[in-house]
Write a protein that binds this ligand. Sequence first.
Ligand code: TRP
Length: 461
Amino acid sequence: MASRGNFSSKIGAVLAAAGSAVGLGNIWRFPTEAGRSGGGAFLLVYIFFVVAVCLPLLIAEFSIGRHSHANTGSAYRLMSPRSGWGWIGKLEVTTAFLILSYYAVVAGWTLFYTVEALFNRFNVMSRGDAGSSIFSDNFNHFVTDPLMPVICLAAFLLITHFVIIKGVKSGIERSAKVLMPFLFILLLVLVACSLSTEGVSKGLSFLFQPDFSKINSKVVMAAMAQAFYSLSLGMGCMCTYASYFSSETDISRTASQVCILDTIVAVTAGIVIFPAVFSVPGLEPDAGPSLVFIALPNIFQKVLGAVPIVAYICSLAFYLLLLVATLTSTISLHEVVTAALSESRQISRKRAALLVTAGCFILGALCSLSMGVLGDFKIAGMNLFDLFDFVTAKLMLLIAGFFTSIFTGWVMSKRILYDELTNDGTVKFRCFRLVVFALRYVVPICIGIVFLDGIGVLNIF
Ligand code: TRP
């Protein structure tokens, strides 16, 4: 396997994996889900799942990837050749392709909004007499347009494409090393802006004071799906990246760092968004997905408009943040499919990347059009975009996570797992039994219960 790429440093490996994890999921989805599910209570359930379910699974995906040194599509088959487990890898690669197709649509929106912020369009809009409706009109007009979102989708996919064809070291690792520190700086700028708004105490208490009466089956399922999604689990992203880890990378430490960084970014995004939301009378934190594209541009102008340059910097910083976070995630999704395609069909990386980009563009364009001209085409009451999101993010992730835990807990040799976690006995790992216990029992049972409860078979929470 000499021709495969490798991350050249430990920090490169952590930043690339954290780049995959930190994305729209943290900045767009987390505040939306938390807002809908009562804030603090959601956060507690979420943290429980990150520690008890996602961390062991992340360790499992890392171990499979690094041990097999293969793309996700072949990794499971290589780990256990004569059993029938190879299909999990194939399922994960297919789902990564589907996720990328609709994820890139929203990624295109972030590109559009960054350009709007750059040209100070939000300030111009807020000066008109139409009030806040102009922001929702602007968003609806944009997403239902047949051309503009598709152009933005193509542009975003092309940027991702160019990083991917540069390879693992000079493309993925280098971009993560530049983009991730930039992302943290942007977040700090935004926290400073947000903490100076009037809604700060209301916003923070919404996020940090749990109201346990808000916890029900929907909240539990949403928190678990969100934790999976945010940590890029169940789609082979982490497995593929780990196949580029060097033999010195400490898997359990890297996994913990990724979980911590990812959770910090999600909570910080909440700290940025909720005080801003509570500063404008009449706006509620459960506004849903439109929060980021409709409410926020308006909020920045209203709350910080007294000093126009601050409103400008905040709007631009926010959409740049979203753009950067999204890019490092689309890169990881693209890499899963490109690596699997090029290695299994033995075609060049460039050719595989081109096929993936073209395929995602076609599916993504259909998803994008399903919000406008193809809006009448519905399956199970959902348009194509919502259907992709539901099937991949709510169902497939949990199914793949369930089988990954069964595979690593019951099928894969414990010797291999131990050697991976201790780097062949050279680093100490005291929690081995705990991880195996979690993978055998805690993870599959939690996923099973939450899944069945979420689809209405059980009625527990
Ligand atoms: N984790 C990313 C986010 O938070 C999205 C993402 C990238 C993802 N790769 C994934 C989600 C794999 C699920 C599975 O935005």
